[in-house]
Design a protein around this ligand. Structure first.
Ligand code: GDP
Ligand code: MG
Length: 407
């Protein structure tokens, strides 16, 4: 029990939103507010994450913008984000990927701050963005809701201080804590094979303190921390909770989303890595035999007390989509709650599949099929896609399955 050793840790923030709304620009602009980095003689970023200090509070930004990366990590069981900043361009308004990003943040239970960007533009309409999002249940605090909206410009820097202050305030309310004295553990957020240096991994330390020389295991890879640098490329001897670091010393390349932890010895690390490789092999076999997220599985879990059936509903036109969602809402939900985590018009995409995999959801398609890599992703992730062309059949199926469960 380490409850007495919990200490405040920096929040980990992910920036998401529609393409071209300014995610990369905003991350760049925020990084430039990092006075310490400027004084250290440069702000060349070396890894896919960085930290800035706001009134003495550190904030960690994961610099792989886009909800695909976020959800790919989550699909692998890694929860690395404490706060999602949803960027919306004030001259463009809420777009499909804005809504997707919100779905992803909500599905992860991560609080949302809305950054209304590009307010330097003549045709910026930040109030319209507020109205559009209020219609999606993200009501601005100034309208009596509980979502913070901050007007910003990544170009002029306007509003950035306020955005950072809002993040720090929300983080303080969330009372983020971790034990810095435990053996280090966390998540691999990026990895690659460097021709000169070998396997390189960016790790987010989430608990404990990672030290030079520590024996370490991540997924199926073992090793020892031979070198550790921060995002500025400066060498570190140790890194505490909430800190992103680049690490050399793995035998092979661990995968993004792998959990890592420090163990007693390199030998123990190798044993655990091998054990993990063995288990993955068995799981892959088992998956071929049986789909992981089928309607039956979800209901079997419900039988054990997890009484929530998550659905993603895609349809060919708005009319049929609304009809199906209405039908679903009418299902008796005393024993099992049916939760539509995403609804949309159009083909079933890879992003739908990844969200389903991350949320143990079943995908319902009405007059639509999987597009792009969606079918392959569903196969790989073991996500069930059920397609229909008769509306009442959807509700019938769900009802029959739910009633079967209650018998
Ligand atoms: P991303 O796709 O969301 O990462 O968007 P980018 O950061 O690449 O920005 C898309 C375009 O919008 C680029 O041409 C940026 O220069 C421009 N942009 C981003 N933020 C602002 C801003 O605050 N004001 C103005 N005027 N342009 C911006
Ligand atoms: Mg970008």
């Amino acid at each position: 029990d380490d409850s007495e050793q919990l200490e405040p840790r920096p929040p980990v923030v992910t920036v998401m939103g529609h393409v071209d709304h300014g995610k990369t620009s905003l991350l760049d602009a925020i990084r430039k507010t990092d006075v310490a980095a400027r004084e250290a003689g440069g702000i060349t970023q070396h890894i896919g994450a960085y930290q800035v200090t706001v009134d003495g509070h550190r904030v960690t930004f994961i610099d792989t913008p886009g909800h695909e990366a976020f959800t790919a990590l989550r699909a692998r069981g890694a929860q690395v984000t404490d706060i999602a900043v949803i960027v919306v361009a004030a001259d463009d308004g809420v777009m499909p990927q804005t809504l997707e990003a919100i779905d992803h943040a909500r599905a992860a239970g991560v609080p949302i701050i809305v950054a209304v960007n590009k307010i330097d533009r003549e045709n910026a309409d930040p109030q319209r963005v507020r109205a559009e999002l209020a219609a999606k249940n993200l009501t601005p605090v100034e309208w009596g809701g509980d979502t913070e909206f901050v007007d910003v410009s990544a170009k002029t820097g306007q509003g950035l201080d306020q955005l950072l202050e809002t993040i720090v305030t929300l983080a303080e309310l969330s009372e983020l804590r971790a034990n810095p004295n435990a053996p280090a553990s966390g998540t691999v957020i990026e990895s690659r094979l460097d021709t000169g240096r070998g396997p390189v991994a960016t790790l987010l330390v989430q608990r404990g303190t990672l030290r030079l020389g520590d024996p370490i295991v991540a997924g199926t890879q073992a090793g020892r921390v031979r070198a550790m640098t921060d995002y500025r490329g400066e060498r570190l001897k140790e890194a505490g909770p909430g800190t992103p670091v680049e690490v050399l010393g793995f035998d092979g390349v661990p995968e993004a989303g792998d959990r890592f932890r420090v163990v007693e010895s390199e030998r123990e690390a190798r044993r655990l890595a091998q054990e993990r490789a063995q288990r993955l092999k068995q799981e892959a076999l088992a998956r071929q035999m049986r789909r992981r997220v089928s309607l039956e599985d979800v209901l079997a879990r419900a039988e054990r007390g997890e009484r929530q059936l998550n659905l993603i509903v895609k349809a060919d036109v708005t009319g049929s989509l609304e009809a199906i969602v209405d039908e679903i809402a009418k299902l008796p939900q005393d024993e099992v709650t049916v939760n539509v985590i995403r609804e949309g018009v159009g083909g079933i995409t890879e992003s739908d599949v990844m969200l389903a995999a991350a949320s143990d959801a079943v995908i319902i398609g009405f007059n639509v099929r999987p597009v792009g890599g969606a079918a392959a992703a569903a196969q790989r992730e073991g996500v069930e896609i059920r397609t229909y062309s008769v509306i009442y059949q959807v509700a019938e199926d769900l009802k029959a399955a739910m009633e079967g469960l209650l018998e």
